[in-house]
Design a protein around this ligand. Structure first.
Ligand SMILES: Cc1ncc(COP(=O)(O)O)c(C=O)c1O
Length: 332
């Protein structure tokens, strides 16, 4: 029997029909009738061969390979489709509205433009200039909110706008929208299961809204409850790990399911930044800073094990924040 068949978890067969190309959501009538939505998901899982040598495998899911460049393409598509299917957009008379630190906004703006919808986004005014420019290019209406109030402040502004003008806005609210975690339950988790042939032993996820952690963990728990489910968050309230949340000092997102958590790991901004450089130079993976933090945590887990298959998610790439990294810096 081939080696990986002996390792395969029996339940892997239950979803073995997931093919190797991103076809999970293909509803196009012919192979030439694709739109942007059909490229969402099916991202590569890459093994870290140099940073994690030895019997413990560490794999990273490269979510920047999604069409709008991040893990947030998945929840954005699920939330938009849900609003469409429930007729909430009133034939174009209402706009999609959400608060975002950047990636959800880019995904919403891009997918909405491709599907003919209007978008309004609230976001902290300290978001990177490149993100703001890109959102404007994609036609989104931007409401910049108090930087000191962070993502919670942006969410409050969006909530108030939706309450004041219910006929104008469909408030998606990624922090409480079940389509956020469902996107990962229905797409990311089955992909990871298939790509590891059911061999995954540890799932490690950096958290913002917690959609990735909650959705993937919920599905993996059903497939094999012995898989360890580990959260990662910044180690301080004021941090530079864009897209993530320090749960001790901020509002806990309603979709977060603390009952799924086996272990929590905290990572500093500096550790995450160093790992971004190492992943780029040593593995050829130009991950963004939250992916750096996720890998710091995954390698910490690996060091405690003698065998195992660890999977983590790299939410986006570093291109939107390149100005923060001194490429000539030799300190890797
Ligand atoms: C760069 C980045 N990293 C991590 C996350 C966290 O993902 P989630 O919201 O699924 O917890 C996000 C979410 O927006 C993000 O943009």
């Amino acid at each position: 029997m081939p080696k990986n068949e002996t390792l395969e978890h029996p339940a892997a067969r239950a979803i073995s029909d997931y093919s190797t190309v991103p076809t999970t959501f293909m509803t196009a009538e012919s192979e030439t009738d694709y739109d942007l939505s059909h490229g969402v998901g099916g991202t590569p899982l890459v093994r870290l061969r140099r940073l994690a040598e030895g019997p413990v495998e560490v794999h990273v899911k490269c979510e920047w390979m999604n069409p709008a460049g991040s893990v947030k393409d998945r929840p954005a598509l699920w939330m938009i489709r849900d609003a469409e299917e429930r007729g909430l957009l009133a034939n174009g008379r209402r706009r999609l509205l959400d608060s975002t630190s950047g990636n959800t906004g880019i995904a919403l703006a891009q997918l909405a433009a491709a599907r003919g919808h209007q978008v309004t986004l609230t976001m902290p005014s300290n978001a990177s200039p490149a993100r703001i420019q890109l959102l404007r290019l994609l036609g989104a209406e931007l409401i910049l909110t108090d930087a000191l109030e962070g993502s919670d402040g942006a969410r409050t502004v969006a909530r108030d706008m939706a309450a004041e003008q219910p006929d104008r806005y469909v408030f998606l609210d990624q922090y409480s929208n079940p389509m956020n975690w469902r996107a990962h339950y229905e797409s990311t988790a089955p992909e990871i299961w298939r790509q590891t042939r059911g061999r995954i032993t540890h799932f490690v996820a950096i958290m913002g809204t917690s959609g990735t952690f909650t959705g993937v963990s919920r599905r993996l728990k059903e497939l094999n409850p012995t898989i360890r489910r580990i959260t990662v968050q910044p180690d301080a309230a004021y941090h530079g790990i864009e897209g993530t949340k320090h749960y001790l000092s901020t509002e806990i997102p309603p979709i977060f399911d603390a009952g799924l958590v086996h272990e929590q790991i905290e990572v500093s901004t500096e550790e995450a930044q160093k790992m971004v450089r190492r992943l780029a130079v040593v593995e050829g993976l130009p991950t963004g800073i939250s992916g750096g933090a996720a890998v710091v945590a995954a390698l910490r887990v690996a060091r405690q094990l003698s065998e195992g298959v660890i999977v983590t998610v790299l939410p986006d790439n570093v291109l939107k924040n390149l100005d923060r990294f001194q490429v000539e810096d030799p300190s890797i």
